[in-house]
Design a protein around this ligand. Structure first.
Ligand code: G4P
Length: 292
């Protein structure tokens, strides 16, 4: 599922987000654990200023565990509450309730001092398309949840999912637009399938992936495709074409099809647990300033 973003989309998405954020105590941001920085739009730091922040490193089943742990620390060092999840299987999803309570401790305390008791905290899921927002909401809310609002006789309003007596979740996630002015970011998003491949053609994309794998995950290409990793990327792509029987009608190999196989194998985890980004210093910080 790829989405192409135009200025109109972005303005609308931003307006929706700004409207909804007013109702929210805690913002739960999903990022893709294989590209935890490229899969976020740092504009959320501004939009969600003064809110408690949680980052979920989702699709952890596809990412490199060691790197995911390093990213968890990276985000924690920047003031977020962080947890590692696989929304598809549900692994790690249960811990999110306690993280929400932890992230909202100050607010709950503040309410208590003002004599407000048992007011649930309100949470919203945000993230770029395809990062797993709907999957997470389904897994997190499950069947046991009750919906509030929009009932007959109740003022028409937002749909909230009551998770327990302490937490309500806005049932529509906030969609952040992917930000890929930086070509490197665009390539990573194309590789995980979040934006259209046209940013580069599929062969170019596969050559980049091959180079990355040879440099960072030695042995993967030889194990899966019997490829000689000392050869150059095009030779390796040709080997993948042979292995996957990508012959054309003539006696040549269809490298575009081989490239598609390789990218699909990466996206589906057939190549193993691979992360495309390692933590690095950046000016993009969470910039969390909690209000007292
Ligand atoms: P969105 O609302 O943020 O746009 O994302 P959505 O939940 O639709 O998820 C996008 C794709 O990512 C889905 O796959 C979904 O199954 C998959 N996904 C979500 N979370 C995880 C996860 O933790 N691990 C893995 N491996 N995949 C995850 P799809 O191919 O579009 O659909 P389907 O094959 O599941 O039917």
């Amino acid at each position: 599922m790829n989405i192409q973003w135009y200025p109109g989309h972005m303005t609308k998405a931003k307006r929706m987000m700004q409207e909804n954020i007013k109702l929210i105590d805690v913002v739960i941001e999903l990022v893709d654990a294989r590209v935890p920085l490229s899969s976020r739009n740092p504009d959320i730091d501004d939009i969600a200023r003064n809110k408690s922040r949680i980052v979920l490193l989702n699709k952890a089943d596809l990412a490199d565990n060691g790197k995911t742990e390093a990213w968890k620390k990276w985000y924690e060092d920047r003031g977020a509450f962080v947890t590692i999840v696989n929304s598809k299987s549900g692994k790690g999803v249960k811990t999110v309730t306690s993280i929400i309570s932890e992230a909202c401790k100050e607010k709950i305390e503040r309410d208590r001092r003002r004599g407000i008791i048992n007011r649930p905290v309100r949470a919203m899921i945000v993230g770029i398309p395809n990062v797993g927002k709907s999957t997470f909401i389904n897994s997190f809310a499950g069947k046991a949840c009750t919906q509030t609002g929009n009932k007959p006789g109740v003022t028409k309003g937002k749909q909230w999912i009551r998770l327990n007596k302490n937490v309500e979740l806005l049932d529509t996630p906030g969609i952040l637009w992917p930000k890929f002015e930086d070509k490197e970011v665009g390539i990573r998003l194309a590789l995980i399938g979040s934006i259209r491949e046209e940013i580069l053609n599929i062969s170019e994309l596969s050559v980049i992936l091959i180079k990355f794998l040879v440099d960072n995950y030695q042995g993967v290409l030889s194990k899966i495709y019997d490829a000689d990793e000392t050869k150059d990327s095009l030779d390796i792509l040709e080997k993948i074409a042979v292995k996957r029987c990508c012959k054309t009608k003539g006696d040549t190999y269809d490298l575009d099809r081989a490239a598609s196989f390789l990218i699909d194998d990466f996206r589906s985890g057939k190549l193993g647990n691979i992360s495309l980004e390692i933590p690095y210093d950046t000016e993009s910080m969470l910039n969390i300033e909690k209000s007292e």
